[in-house]
Design a binder for this molecule. Sequence first.
Ligand SMILES: NC(=O)c1ccc[n+]([C@@H]2O[C@H](COP(=O)([O-])OP(=O)(O)OC[C@H]3O[C@@H](n4cnc5c(N)ncnc54)[C@H](OP(=O)(O)O)[C@@H]3O)[C@@H](O)[C@H]2O)c1
Length: 282
Amino acid sequence: MLNEVESKGGIFTAAPVHYGFRGICIIIVQWWTFLAKCNLIHLYNRFIMKYAVITGATRGIGKAIGEKLLAEGFSLAVCARTKKDLVALEKKWKVAYPAATIIVYRADVGNKDEVTGFGDAVLSKFPRVDILVNNAGVYMQGLFEGEREERFETVMRINLYSAYYLTRQLLPVMKKKKSGHIFNMCSVASLKAYPGGGIYGISKYALLGFSENLREELRPHLIKVTSLCLGATDTDTWEGSGIPAERMMAADDVADTVWSVYNLSKGANADTIIMRPVKGDL
Ligand SMILES: NC(=O)c1ccc[n+]([C@@H]2O[C@H](COP(=O)([O-])OP(=O)(O)OC[C@H]3O[C@@H](n4cnc5c(N)ncnc54)[C@H](OP(=O)(O)O)[C@@H]3O)[C@@H](O)[C@H]2O)c1
């Protein structure tokens, strides 16, 4: 009986001192199987696995989309500002989805260096990008008069510039594959001004403008762009508002919509999706 020793790749038989030629053959076959397995995993990751990138995916809508895509077999890269949330999710997802490559990256997408740092991390680990969701956003209402200008600049950097920088950075890999789907998390506030909508409204109008122009530019490259104009969705954004969850959409409704739109046939796209609570806007 050969001794069995544990090795990183599995169980291998020890040196076939007593078994001569037969033992050597067993070792060769085992190594060959091991290498073939590694190669298959590499080929699987390169050609079959799908890759998604989502900004702001530790909570709310981004997280719901991320978990939907992981459940559908995607690898996933996400960023957010709070490190402990990222670490906790990475731990949970790695156990629940062992076949997926998971990247969690701490970044404030309102900072150009940080959002492009996230893009670099994605490009260094993912062979391609099948889905990009420009989701991270902040909600700040208020009147223009009298407000600090920095507030305006901060909201524009987070809600608009982040999508511009990250999309530009990831576009070359999508173009190379002549495929990919970009979802931009717009709002019903991208379509209509609300009293007191302020900077948030401006940023979401601008994001819709970015999304619509991007689509025209990417048509020849067969990359799809979908603008999601969402009404009230039950997330932390509404915490403390006193509005019951049933009055809003669920984040999973948005995730299911992203999945349905992504699965349209190759020749079709949903350019703009408007989703509202059944009882209307808040
Ligand atoms: N909920 C709604 O009713 C509603 C309606 C229409 C549109 N939307 C849009 O949908 C998107 C998601 O909203 P949500 O309600 O799901 O938000 P949420 O529950 O507050 O979650 C926001 C996520 O984005 C991250 N994030 C926020 N600011 C960030 C930044 N500067 N850099 C990196 N990550 C950041 C947060 O993590 P950290 O805080 O740790 O960074 C968190 O993971 C937003 O663009 C929002 O405008 C929401």
